[in-house]
Design a protein around this ligand. Structure first.
Ligand code: DAH
Length: 337
């Protein structure tokens, strides 16, 4: 039989093989049989050496055409079989798959990210400090008098070497000012510790975000505008703010800031204890004594600072009534965020 005739014969054999609507596994076998490295078509190509020289080109062309036909016919059938059964390449689609449990961000992490992103847009960078602090940075440098009640054994976890677990993030202000020259505009998130009785509203550790802006001519008006913008972004554009006079050793004047209760809109409800207001943070203008501790000239620079509890903010925003839920990590709680 001439080799040219063989090409035609193979074509009809191939068509016949496909005519019986082969199963997926048969199709794979036929593909291998024709197109595999040692398959029928490669074999045919090799026989080109036996074709008379003048017709070698013609023969090669015919084999190529056949090869392409085989390829296309098999691919078409394979994809048809795959899409009708959902299977491809011999995968058993009826087998149960692996269930991937998708995690979610802890509500505190989510709250912190939201806070960071608002202050980021206002030009604040992020700084951090260690959880074990010297008493000097945690208290003295922040203008706490030696006998201040916050130093009390009841509030502060003292370590044997005289250090403390920081009771607030304010010592990071001291670190930042001693490391850098003004202007400084940073927020400082982190974990803080208090030796308190644990209940729905108190835990031995929680998180704060501290804020500090120091430069020439920083005003209390800028503090108010910044916090107002933050609260509107975070709690909603119609919240109002109220700055109450307060006291912190490291600020003068000092304020506590309330926002109108976003649950009842200020009418009074269970969450705001019928007052219409929710206290959310402390703030003030940096006390000149703090500047003195870090070696800044308080005639040249002014600044504002603020501090807020992340748990408190998250509890208000999401209506969580027990701070302990944040630390128990019960997935039924965490999955809701
Ligand atoms: N450190 C204070 C606390 O733990 C919070 C605070 C109040 C921080 C006023 C500040 C501030 O920076 O200006 O209760």
């Amino acid at each position: 039989m001439s080799l040219f005739k063989k090409v035609d014969e193979l074509r009809s054999e191939f068509k016949q093989a496909l005519a019986s609507s082969p199963a997926l596994s048969d199709l794979e076998r036929i593909k291998q049989e024709y197109l595999g490295r040692k398959g029928i078509l490669n074999d045919l190509f090799k026989q080109i050496k036996d074709v008379e020289p003048a017709r070698k080109g013609e023969f090669g062309g015919l084999v190529n055409v056949l090869k392409q036909e085989v390829q296309e016919a098999i691919d078409a059938l394979l994809s048809k079989t795959a899409s009708s059964t959902g299977a491809s390449a011999g995968v058993d689609v009826s087998l149960p798959g692996t269930v991937y449990q998708r995690g979610s961000l802890h509500p505190l992490e989510q709250t912190l990210r939201d806070i960071k992103s608002i202050f980021h847009r206002l030009g604040f960078s992020v700084a951090e400090g260690p959880e074990i602090e010297t008493q000097w940075r945690n208290f003295d440098a922040l203008n706490f008098p030696p006998e201040h009640p916050a130093r009390d054994m009841q509030d502060t976890f003292f370590l044997n070497n005289g250090s403390v677990l920081r009771t607030h993030t304010s010592p990071v202000q001291i670190r930042l000012m001693m490391d850098e020259k003004p202007p400084i505009r940073s927020i400082m998130p982190g974990r803080v510790y208090r030796n308190e009785a644990i209940d729905a509203g108190h835990y031995c550790l929680f998180h704060q975000v501290e804020g500090l802006y120091v430069d020439k001519n920083v005003t209390h008006g800028e503090l108010k505008a910044t916090l107002e913008l933050f609260c509107r972004e975070y709690f909603g554009s119609d919240v109002k703010l109220r700055f109450r006079p307060s006291f912190f050793p490291f600020t003068e004047p000092s304020n506590e800031v309330d926002v109108t209760c976003f649950l009842c809109g200020g009418k009074g409800c269970r969450v705001c204890k019928q007052t219409g207001w929710l206290e959310i943070l402390g703030c003030g203008m940096v006390d000149p004594n703090v500047f003195k501790s870090v070696g800044y000239d308080s005639e040249e620079y002014t600044g504002y600072a603020f501090g807020m509890g992340i748990e408190r903010i998250a509890m208000l925003k999401y209506g969580i009534n027990d701070i302990r839920l944040f630390f128990e990590n019960d997935v039924r709680f965490l999955k809701q965020f």
